[in-house]
Design a protein around this ligand. Structure first.
Ligand SMILES: Nc1ncnc2c1ncn2[C@@H]1O[C@H](COP(=O)(O)OP(=O)(O)OP(=O)(O)O)[C@@H](O)[C@H]1O
Ligand SMILES: [Mg+2]
Length: 210
């Protein structure tokens, strides 16, 4: 079993990359794939700050710090900075087993998405998908999904709901499952469980098709 590499990237900032990287890593620690690490490739170091206090069940560090301990990790989750160029996105796609593009319906830029879809399609990348974060069930979400699918972009069936529990989690430097005083915390954690379940299904499929 080779090392698993999942990357989070977006053309826009503030769409939930760091929150997703932390929670996907958290879910991966439950799946017996060797040690898990988050590679913090954002110079604002938000993932690293989240890990302060030592409440996260996985390692978070810079690329250098993770590579120094590479033998310990069977799964890596890469958190990148906001606003990547298309070219950087393509490089990430190429290096990863799966590239997740978190997107917020409210701030979604269709032009940017269309460009990305085109670039990834040209490269023949199969192992990527858009993930709706901060999602509120309803017509806007449904429409956004249809529009992206019409652009030829794969969209995750799993979505991550909008909840302050995620902000609480980052403020308390814990996973959302460990947030105290927010009764939605457990359902928020389950959202990322569904994301990781679907990721494994999609990765299996991409491997077969490749
Ligand atoms: N599902 C969610 N519901 C509500 N708020 C969320 C959710 N996910 C993330 N947030 C909040 O939205 C803000 C941006 O999230 P996050 O830092 O994960 O995005 P990012 O893409 O990593 O941003 P940047 O591009 O600046 O690195 C944070 O305040 C975070 O707490
Ligand atoms: Mg971030």
């Amino acid at each position: 079993m080779g090392r698993l590499l999942i990357s989070l990237a977006s053309l826009k900032g503030g769409v939930g990359k760091t929150t997703s990287a932390i929670h996907i890593a958290g879910q991966l620690t439950r799946r017996d794939r060797g040690g898990v690490a988050v590679v913090d490739r954002d110079r604002t170091r938000s993932a690293t700050s989240w890990s302060r206090g030592g409440h996260l069940p996985f390692f978070v560090g810079t690329q250098d710090a993770v590579m120094r301990r590479a033998d310990e990790f069977g799964s890596l989750v890469i958190d990148s900075r906001g606003g990547l160029e298309n070219e950087e996105l393509l490089e990430m796609a190429e290096a990863s087993d799966f590239l997740l593009l978190p997107t917020n319906v409210e701030y979604m830029s269709l032009d940017a998405m269309a460009q990305t879809a085109e670039a990834l399609a040209e490269m023949g990348t199969r192992a990527f998908a858009v993930l709706f974060t901060m999602a509120k069930p309803g017509k806007r979400l449904d429409t956004a999904r249809v529009v992206l699918e019409e652009l030829g972009l794969p969209v995750m069936a799993a979505t991550v709901r909008q909840s302050d529990a995620f902000k609480d989690a980052s403020e308390q430097s814990v996973l959302v499952r460990d947030v105290r005083g927010n009764r939605l915390a457990k359902t928020c954690w389950a959202d990322y469980e569904a994301v990781v379940d679907e990721l494994f299904v999609r990765m299996g499929r991409a491997e077969v098709e490749a």
